[in-house]
Design a protein around this ligand. Structure first.
Ligand SMILES: N[C@@H](CCC(=O)N[C@@H](CS)C(=O)NCC(=O)O)C(=O)O
Length: 326
């Protein structure tokens, strides 16, 4: 955790979040990225931004109060580039290019994305004909391909507005990447998308994309305690109505307390004690719902403080159980 940094609530594969991370990286703005599960959004995200989509950028307030919250990916991109725009992605002072950027992004967000979703996730849209939406998306891609070709003919090609990337390149590329992922062989075989395939191919091979797609442990709230349990032990606890293990291979009765971890200790605890244990569950515990005493006590070898729960873990105190690693 980096106190004082802006917090970016993010989901690795989300194209909106990818474009926000790309802009923040290009601008050189350091943020604390909090990877979330869209199925189990943290309360802290919903408190900052009740609409519940990512990305969300929460800026620190210089006076320690709640800071500004930026809730749309495009606004996150613009905010980042207003801090620093070394590649002139915004094309400030060039009204015609700025208007073209706005138009390209509007087509992506309002039209291409609609067809992309109905092609890629057709079953979620009753009545949607995947093939028709793929065709409609392809028509948009062909238009963008035409732009790339036109730029190339002037000898100043490579990007949507010429020889240098602009905001629209960063904003559109994650969505075109997603379109390709839905049917990569079909996309790569499209005879009419040569320039666009080259544009996307460079992006897919880029360091920038690799950097923003680096895998990251899911963010966990410090409001909760965490316990790693063998899947079999957890199953037995469900049947018995309470969990009475202390740690791997040792019972509560033997040890006197249930070992737990704080959010930032989960990964290291797993590596030290459970990496070779077979199926493991991460149990998220709400300490407010525990009647047993919780003490922060030092581990014998390192002295690091860990939470110890002095009593069986009741199922009512469990907020979530998930396979670990995710
Ligand atoms: N207009 C928003 C759209 C963001 C968006 O829809 N993100 C998706 C993930 S790709 C999301 O958070 N969905 C919420 C959910 O699935 O519960 C933006 O540009 O930031």
């Amino acid at each position: 955790m980096s106190p004082g940094l802006p917090i970016l609530w993010s989901f690795r594969r989300c194209p909106y979040a990818i474009r926000a991370r790309l802009a923040l990286r290009t601008a050189g703005v350091a943020v604390e990225v909090r990877e979330v599960s869209l199925q189990a959004k943290p309360e802290e995200l919903l408190e900052a931004s009740p609409k519940g989509t990512v990305p969300v950028l929460a800026l620190p307030d210089p006076d320690d109060g709640p800071g500004r919250v930026i809730e749309q990916s495009l606004e996150v991109m613009r905010w980042a580039l207003e801090q620093s725009d070394p590649q002139d992605l915004l094309r400030r002072g060039q009204p015609s290019q700025m208007a073209q950027i706005d138009a390209l992004i509007a087509t992506n967000d309002d039209s291409f994305k609609v067809h992309l979703d109905r092609f890629k996730y057709a079953s979620r849209f009753p009545g949607a004909e995947a093939a028709a939406h793929r065709q409609a998306a392809l028509a948009v891609l062909q238009d963008w391909n035409g732009r790339l070709e036109a730029a190339a003919r002037t000898g100043q090609g490579g990007w949507l507005l010429g020889a240098h990337p602009c905001l629209a390149d960063l904003a559109l590329l994650p969505f075109v990447r997603q379109f390709r992922l839905a049917d990569s062989a079909g996309f790569d075989a499209e005879p009419v998308l040569g320039a666009l395939q080259g544009w996307l191919g460079r992006f897919l091979a880029s360091e920038e994309l690799a950097a923003v797609m680096a895998r990251q442990e899911r963010w966990r709230s410090s409001r909760y305690l965490y316990h790693l349990a063998l899947a079999d032990d957890w199953r037995a606890a469900l049947a018995a109505g309470a969990y009475r293990h202390s740690t791997r291979g040792r019972s509560l009765e033997e040890v006197g307390f249930v070992h737990a971890s704080c959010a930032h200790q989960v990964a290291a605890t797993y590596r030290r004690f459970y990496a070779d244990a077979g199926p493991v569950r991460l149990v998220t515990i709400d300490p407010q719902r525990l009647t047993a005493t919780v003490k922060q006590e030092p581990a014998p070898e390192s002295g690091e403080l860990f939470p110890h729960i002095y009593g069986p873990l009741p199922l009512e105190a469990v907020v979530r159980v998930e396979p670990y690693p995710a």
